[in-house]
Design a protein around this ligand. Structure first.
Ligand code: ZN
Length: 279
């Protein structure tokens, strides 16, 4: 049910798929030592600034605005809303930014603590301001992530280990999938250089499947090296700046890929798919 550009609602059947996916990803990504952290879909402006997301992807982030005016401003705003005209300048940015990636609230939890060495299971609604007709490109979507924080050696090994694991989990749903090197959609003049550097250094890969015949990334694994360790002040064992890596699964995209492959009737889905989700 579309509710706006890049926004939609859904009913019980799709919710059942989301629940099954969540359980599947818990089985695959969580073990006894994993720390589970959940956050609302907003971060403080301070955390957002520390992440440097706005420097790399200004075209994608969104902030929360709120009314900041007096009686006169309220009258002007009410009139503009009734007439569907541009709002006067009485709605201003607050201290809140919409979470652009589920892992962002995790890093500050490890700031200023020695010997960071963790695997975190997190999940959030995320916002990316890219309204589009493209199937699977939503402005608000659920992302389930696993995050590794530690020494660069441990983090590199973890990043590499997800290549097979992520491909296996998507294939276990009966989807045709492949793993490909990838780059982020950097903004502006340096974009091409940054993207090719990321590819050459093998810092990102995606699991690609199809929705209605179009290739779509349903999972993305990123090796941030010491970026977040540096910007959030996280220290790994031995005092080195911590490295971090995360893998994110786009739950709507996986659900859409399943519906596109097997149709809208869940009872008719292949038994391997049903077992993976609800077995
Ligand atoms: Zn992440």
């Amino acid at each position: 049910m579309p509710t706006g550009d890049g926004l939609f609602g859904w009913g019980a059947e799709l919710e059942e798929v989301f629940t099954g996916l969540d359980r599947l990803l818990t089985r695959v990504g969580r073990d006894a030592g994993t720390r589970v952290l959940r956050f609302p879909p907003m971060i403080s402006r301070e955390v957002f600034e520390q992440s440097e997301f706005g420097q790399s992807f200004p075209q994608l982030f969104g902030t929360v605005h709120a009314f900041a005016g007096d009686d006169r401003d309220h009258v002007m705003l009410s009139r503009a809303m009734a007439e569907r005209t541009a709002w006067p300048d009485v709605v201003r940015p607050t201290r809140y930014v919409l979470t652009p990636a589920a892992c962002y609230p995790v890093y500050p939890q490890y700031a200023g603590r020695p010997d960071a060495d963790a695997v975190v299971d997190t999940s959030s609604y995320c916002f990316r301001h890219e309204p589009s007709e493209e199937v699977g490109r939503l402005v608000a979507f659920r992302q389930r992530e696993f995050v590794r924080i530690g020494t660069s050696r441990d983090v590199d090994a973890w990043f590499g280990s997800w290549r097979d694991r992520a491909l296996t989990v998507i294939r276990s749903l009966g989807l045709v999938a492949r793993c490909e090197p990838a780059a982020d959609p950097f903004f502006g003049r340096g974009a091409r250089l940054l993207a090719s550097g990321q590819r050459e250094q093998g810092l990102k890969y995606e699991i690609i499947t199809e929705i209605d015949g179009h290739p779509v990334a349903v999972a993305s694994c990123n090796n941030h090296r010491d970026h977040f360790g540096r910007t959030f002040g996280i220290e790994a064992s031995g005092g080195e700046v911590a490295a971090t890596s995360c893998i994110g699964f786009g739950q709507e995209r996986i659900a859409f890929a399943l519906a596109s492959a097997f149709g809208p009737d869940l009872t008719g889905w292949p038994s391997e798919t049903r077992d993976a989700l609800w077995g």
